[in-house]
Design a protein around this ligand. Structure first.
Ligand SMILES: NC(=O)c1ccc[n+]([C@@H]2O[C@H](COP(=O)([O-])OP(=O)(O)OC[C@H]3O[C@@H](n4cnc5c(N)ncnc54)[C@H](O)[C@@H]3O)[C@@H](O)[C@H]2O)c1
Ligand SMILES: [Zn+2]
Length: 684
């Protein structure tokens, strides 16, 4: 049964985590203390429940809490060997767990356990960090909050910080919380309501003070030529830049991207002091672990052409990498001087790229990480605005940042991450993705770690299919008629703005009219050829441009057909256009090979179940031709095959997945039959 203190704690955490002004995503932690019965002795036992490592307050459940025995946690003070060895205390938390202990205790557990209050909140609110990163933060804290909130100078999270805050609480019985220099806030109360009130009061009071007392233009006056471009122009430029930017940020390893042109970003970039402030870097540890210490800022005005930005980007990227490497070397030298061997450099590419007039691109190992990095940079902009409005923004210094970024505990956390899935970091675009084979392919690629964009004629249907696969961090549905080049270009823009780029292109959209030569009208011929031969040409042409710009290779897969090689009656338009698609595979394999782009095809046959083509008349027609009931058509086809197996959309998806894995790294220009064996369609 849920302990009442836990129920209160989870409800309070969810409320606090729901408001981005209160804390950043997955940032901060909360706790409650209470008495339970020790199942071993039957005696009462004092416990502390505290948000475990890595969870998010907004979606916290009881499972996300670590549960420790308070007496044992507090006994650690007696064996604490001093700040130099405070990291050892994290392992000691495991010896304080109650039962199996729930979630893994985080580094902030000491703060929650040692502070003598039943309920404790540690949060990263933008308004609070603004005070925490102001050059005169200590004086501001006294001025804004009087003696209700006490300043704690910057110190890395850990056991010592917990002891410091506990001592401050003991020495200041009137205080309801603290501002943690360079970092955030910690507040408390005897009840859950009181702790929540303390937290919200500190945040609201800080924000009200910034609003009332802050100067008007904290980022300086408007910078000539750096104002946001008009909407359509801005998004077009962002889409044109995206593949080039992905090339740059993926030098060490491929990354997925996120784009935002939120007002907070555009306003920052349009102000005179944006470059100078961005160069100071972010401050809250939670922020720079995701954003990297500094962003890469394109130093060209809004009207710079894509070509100008791309050219400048390569110089800025080189400088960025040199700067980051130098930061790493300085930090590593200091670590060695302390007798520690730092973890190896994790890569010198930026996580945040700011383009004046256009917006912000953020990057990570998956879409969620990329999106959250962008959200954190918006938090950092808000922090800088607040700090500069009242004072001077003074983030923690770089050697402290290095110690956090390359902390042994942080490294251990990274090492514990599960192995990435085979298609992690890859972005797939699937035409005709709302139904049948296309939907099965999109589903499989997503299950293997790819981000997928499903394009289809009907937007609602594409979005519904995407929603079945996952949230918008995984799958997005867009409307696009592949026979219309403008629509294909819009779908490309939507893809690269959703995920930063594209790696796998699946030409699957199609339809089938089974008619004899004499019944096939010119319109029938044109429709079949427009959607399949021309449609896949247009998709390949536009998407290959992006693949080439990225320089990361890629895969183009054509869903051709057994009918591209097999000749039978009543199929002139469909089979002819399938043969056209099949030869596009070979032609493009030859042309795009030098760019590392593989082009392969799949020849399915007789995929009845789930196929819209079969449901909309073709199936009835085929059933009539073969003299079988329509619902037995799949079985009928199976009996015609060498393996006597029915072919399902999932079988085609298996082949599509296999073609873009490393196992087929040396194969291009191939067609894989997925037809359960049809000798008449053997390739030779
Ligand atoms: N089902 C089979 O047995 C079989 C066999 C060989 C090849 N194929 C090929 O597989 C592909 C998928 O077929 P399916 O059986 O899954 O059919 P399906 O009808 O279930 O799916 C095709 C999808 O393509 C979409 N589409 C049609 N025209 C489009 C356009 N102009 N732009 C964008 N989207 C468009 C449709 O709306 C539909 O959602 C087709 O190219 C088909 O020729 C199918
Ligand atoms: Zn924190």
């Amino acid at each position: 049964m849920t302990h009442p203190a836990v129920a209160d704690l989870v409800a309070r955490s969810n409320r606090l985590g729901a408001d981005p002004r209160t804390t950043n995503y997955a940032g901060g932690n909360t706790s409650a203390k209470g008495t339970a019965t020790d199942p071993v002795t039957g005696e009462p036992v004092e416990l502390v429940w505290v948000k475990g490592s890595g969870g998010d307050l907004g979606t916290l459940t009881e499972k996300g809490l670590a549960v420790l025995r308070l007496d044992r946690l507090r006994s650690l003070v007696g064996v604490y060997p001093g700040v130099e060895r405070e990291d050892e205390m994290v392992a000691a938390f495991d010896h304080c767990l109650f039962g199996k202990g729930g979630a893994a205790p985080s580094i902030d557990t000491a703060m929650h356990g040692l502070v003598d209050a039943a309920h404790v909140d540690h949060l990263h609110p933008d308004a609070g960090i603004a005070i925490a990163t102001a050059a005169d933060g200590e004086a501001l804290t006294a001025k804004i909050f009087g003696d209700k909130v006490v300043w704690v100078p910057w110190r890395r999270p850990g056991f010592q910080l917990g002891l410091d805050i506990a001592a401050i609480k003991a020495a200041n019985p009137q205080a309801i919380g603290t501002v943690l220099g360079g970092h955030g806030i910690t507040a408390w109360g005897d009840t859950s309501e009181e702790a929540e009130r303390s937290s919200l009061w500190i945040i609201a009071t800080a924000q009200a003070y910034i609003d009332a007392q802050g100067k008007a233009e904290p980022f300086g006056p408007a910078l000539d030529g750096f104002a946001a471009l008009p909407d359509a122009e801005r998004r077009a430029k962002a889409a044109a830049l995206a593949p080039h930017l992905r090339a740059v940020v993926s030098q060490d390893r491929p990354q997925v991207g996120h784009f935002t042109d939120a007002d907070a970003v555009l306003d920052f970039l349009a102000s005179a002091r944006h470059a100078e402030l961005a160069a100071l870097g972010t401050s809250c540890p939670d922020h720079f672990l995701r954003t990297k210490v500094k962003p890469l800022v394109v130093d060209l005005p809004a009207d710079a052409t894509v070509e100008q930005v791309v050219e400048r980007l390569s110089q800025l990227h080189e400088a960025y990498r040199a700067d980051y490497t130098a930061y790493y070397e300085r930090g590593a030298a200091e670590a060695r001087a302390r007798g520690e061997e730092p973890p190896a450099m994790r890569g010198a590419d930026p996580a945040i790229v700011l383009v004046p007039g256009v917006g912000m691109f953020s990057y990570g190992a998956d879409k969620q990480t990329a999106r959250v990095a962008g959200e954190f940079y918006v938090n950092a902009i808000n922090v800088m605005r607040g700090a500069e409005a009242l004072s001077t923004y003074a983030p923690i210094d770089e050697s402290e940042k290095f110690r956090i970024e390359y902390w042994a505990l942080e490294e251990a956390k990274l090492q514990r991450r599960p192995q990435p899935k085979p298609l992690a970091t890859r972005v797939a675009f699937v035409t005709g993705g709302a139904s049948g084979i296309g939907k099965a392919i999109a589903t499989r690629l997503a299950a293997e770690g790819a981000c997928v964009v499903l394009a289809d004629l009907d937007e609602a249907k594409a979005q519904a299919a995407a929603a079945e696969i996952g949230g918008t961090d995984v799958a997005v549905g867009v409307a696009a008629n592949v026979a219309d080049e403008a629509a294909v270009q819009a779908a490309l823009a939507a893809t690269v703005l959703a995920f930063g780029g594209v790696d796998i292109v699946v030409n699957n959209a199609g339809l089938s009219l089974s008619k004899s030569l004499f019944d096939t009208t010119e319109a029938d011929w044109d429709l079949q050829h427009d959607v399949m031969a021309k449609g896949s040409f247009l998709v390949s042409k536009n998407f290959a441009r992006a693949l080439v710009d990225q320089g990361l290779g890629g895969d183009i897969i054509y869903i051709s057909s057994k009918n591209s090689v097999f000749a039978g009656p009543n199929n002139i338009a469909y089979s002819a256009t399938k043969a056209d698609q099949a030869h596009q595979v070979r032609l493009l394999a030859a042309e795009l090979g030098p760019h590392g782009i593989k082009v392969n095809g799949i020849n399915p046959d007789g995929v009845v179940r789930g196929s819209g083509i079969f449901a909309s008349g073709w199936g009835a027609n085929r059933a009539a031709v073969y003299g079988v009931p329509e619902d037995k058509l799949g079985e009928f086809y199976a009996q015609r095959t060498l393996l006597k197996r029915e072919v399902l959309p999932e079988h085609v998806a298996n082949a599509a997945f296999a073609l873009c894995t490393g196992d087929f790294s040396h194969t291009t220009g191939l067609h894989v039959p997925v037809d359960a064996g049809v000798a008449a369609a053997f390739l030779r």
